[in-house]
Design a protein around this ligand. Structure first.
Ligand SMILES: Nc1ncnc2c1ncn2[C@@H]1O[C@H](COP(=O)(O)OP(=O)(O)O)[C@@H](O)[C@H]1O
Ligand SMILES: [Mg+2]
Length: 247
């Protein structure tokens, strides 16, 4: 589980987030939505141990983030892909897992690439791939690491609509199958509602949590759910929270 208590993170001249309390139970999928600059990336980086809290504390399955990192219990998908340019797509997917000392699983890696629509690109280097394809490799890498906790920062931002939907299904499939704990940042309201058990709305500067909307809709969520009234009601509630209106 992820436990964030009274978290404030300040950079030199700007307080990015303030007083964040957030708890994600093991196996839950929580989405974070908010306007650009409200501190979503900062929050995720603090949970991943990449930013040091100015105040408050973070625990990942009971560990400080740095320890969770060492144990390879946290997988990260950044807003922009971070592949090693000299490695092939397949090597990029497998190397983090190898680095973490986990048992190799080349078949699993190929399988993930295939499901990411990259079966024919296992031996291609990042320079030969489009931005969206690289991002899919980065997502496959995070899933292949086998961490219990996944932190995803607008991972579908560069993807076209169709691929976005396919990757969304894939992330949810893995999440359901392996009961991962996911904290997922997005700027798309429908995506936040579709993917989340709960949608946390962050606003302001410094960013604070202004609302948390339960999305108690049946899973798997298919097209029928998307068009249903309860789904649209949650979407409206998130939009209202984002614009500061009453929900
Ligand atoms: N490394 C940094 N140094 C200084 N300020 C930063 C840094 N990273 C982010 N900020 C500032 O912190 C605030 C929150 O940024 P960020 O977490 O990236 O928001 P979001 O991901 O919601 O767009 C912004 O005002 C941004 O300019
Ligand atoms: Mg960001």
């Amino acid at each position: 589980m992820i436990a964030v208590e009274d978290l404030t993170v300040a950079y030199e001249d700007v307080v990015a987030v303030e007083g964040i309390d957030l708890s994600v139970d093991a196996g839950r999928f929580v989405t974070v939505i908010g306007p650009s600059g409200c501190g979503k990336t900062t929050l995720l980086r603090a949970v991943g141990g990449l930013e040091t809290p100015t105040r408050g504390r973070v625990r990942v399955d009971g560990d400080p983030p740095e320890r969770a990192q060492q144990r390879a219990n946290v997988g990260f998908v950044f807003q922009r892909h971070t592949l090693l340019p000299w490695k092939t797509a397949l090597e990029n997917v497998t190397f983090l897992r190898r680095l973490a000392g986990k048992p190799p699983d080349p078949d699993g890696a190929r399988d993930l690439l295939e499901r990411a629509g990259l079966a024919g690109f296992a031996d291609a280097r990042p320079a030969a791939l489009s931005g969206g394809m690289r991002q899919r490799v980065a997502i496959a890498r995070a899933l292949h690491l086998g961490a219990d906790v996944l932190l995803m920062d607008e991972p579908f931002g560069e993807l076209d609509e169709l691929t976005r939907e396919t990757m969304g299904l894939e992330v949810r499939r893995v999440w359901r199958g392996e009961r991962k704990t996911v904290l997922f940042v997005t700027h798309s309201v429908p995506e936040a509602v579709l993917l989340g058990d709960r949608c946390v709305v962050v606003r302001g500067s410094p960013g604070r949590i202004v609302d948390s909307i339960d999305v108690d809709l049946p899973r798997p969520r298919d097209r029928d759910v998307l068009e249903s009234d309860p789904f649209q009601e949650r979407v409206a509630a998130v939009r209202a929270a984002l614009s500061g209106g009453a929900t």
